[in-house]
Design a protein around this ligand. Structure first.
Ligand code: C2E
Ligand code: MG
Ligand code: MG
Ligand code: MG
Length: 281
């Protein structure tokens, strides 16, 4: 019996894996078409200064509106885009679109946000002509480097350290600011961290959600924020959902925050009305 049960379970597992593989293949095929069919757009989530309570920036987040499946989350398709290399042209579209949006806001509003943050994938950063692409985008969209913030993840800092330090230094020379996203979830080599010319650590949502629960999360969040300060850079908290989260972050001297407490990622129209009304939290 046990053996039969085991076999049945194995078959179920096998079928699930098969279905997953098929779905992956479909997403990959559809991704190739998506750019052509203009199925991508950006949402914008405000980043708030905890000092002033004002919006100081927006993070651009990619959205894929599939003609049949509807909205597909980036956590579902970005890994596939990375595997297939499609993340390079898609990421370039994101960068260009975010920067031209920033330019429009600077033209249109008397109090535009100070920065737009864009998520980068390792494949993009490793393109031999990455810096040329960046220069072309800044020139074409006519925004200054200091208006752009690029978000990297810890895992991107793992190999080819010297080469990466060079590229990041070149971005810095253009006044582009750099953040390490989801900090604390990857396997960062703390021994290298001070060698990277970064400006922000983004404390992962995992540590913010447990911050008031009396467990270890608050200590971890506190440690990351103080690590940032000891490196002479700023901390941004991700996934701030409650006034309690916010209270703790104030007490820990965290500089900036992002999360549903302030606002979910917004479509363009909603982001613009937020810039106009300029609410304070
Ligand atoms: P991320 O860069 O860490 O972005 C933050 C994610 O957390 C977003 O999910 C956002 O909607 C969500 N979030 C923000 N505030 C809260 C909150 O208070 N509570 C909860 N539960 N969630 C919150 P989203 O938009 O689904 O993006 C997921 C990930 O996909 C991003 O994580 C980023 O790693 C990746 N991604 C998104 N856009 C791009 C892109 O243009 N290029 C690349 N390479 N990756 C992207
Ligand atoms: Mg991010
Ligand atoms: Mg993040
Ligand atoms: Mg995160």
């Amino acid at each position: 019996r046990a053996k039969e049960q085991g076999k049945a379970r194995y078959e179920i597992f096998d079928r699930a894996m098969y279905a997953e593989a098929i779905q992956k293949l479909q997403i990959e095929n559809d991704l190739r078409q998506a750019a052509v069919g203009q199925e991508f757009h950006l949402n914008y989530q405000p980043i708030v200064s905890l000092d002033t309570g004002k919006i100081i920036g927006f993070e651009a987040l990619l959205r894929w509106l599939h003609p049949e499946r509807g909205l597909i989350s980036p956590s579902q398709f970005i890994p596939i885009a990375e595997e297939t290399g499609l993340v390079v042209p898609i990421g370039e579209w994101v960068l260009f679109t975010a920067c031209s949006q920033m330019k429009q806001w600077q033209t249109k509003f008397s109090h535009p946000p100070a920065k737009i943050s864009v998520n980068l994938s390792l494949k993009q950063l490793r393109e031999p002509d990455f810096l040329e692409k960046i220069d072309r985008i800044l020139t074409e969209t006519e925004i200054a480097g200091e208006s752009l913030n690029l978000e990297l993840t810890e895992s991107m800092l793992m190999d080819n350290v010297e080469e990466l330090i060079f590229v990041l230094g070149q971005l810095r020379a253009r006044n582009i600011r750099l953040s390490i996203d989801d900090f604390g979830t990857g396997y960062s080599s703390l021994s290298y961290l001070h060698r990277f010319p970064i400006d922000y650590l983004k404390v992962d949502r995992a540590f913010i959600s447990g911050i008031g629960a009396g467990g270890k999360s608050r200590q971890i969040a506190a440690t990351i924020i103080s690590l940032a300060h000891q490196l002479g850079i700023k901390a941004i908290a991700e996934g701030v959902e409650t006034p309690t989260h916010l209270q703790h972050l104030h007490a820990l001297d965290c500089e900036e925050a992002q999360g549903y407490l302030f606002s979910k990622p917004l479509d363009l129209a909603a982001a613009e009305s937020l810039i106009l009304t300029n609410p304070q939290w």
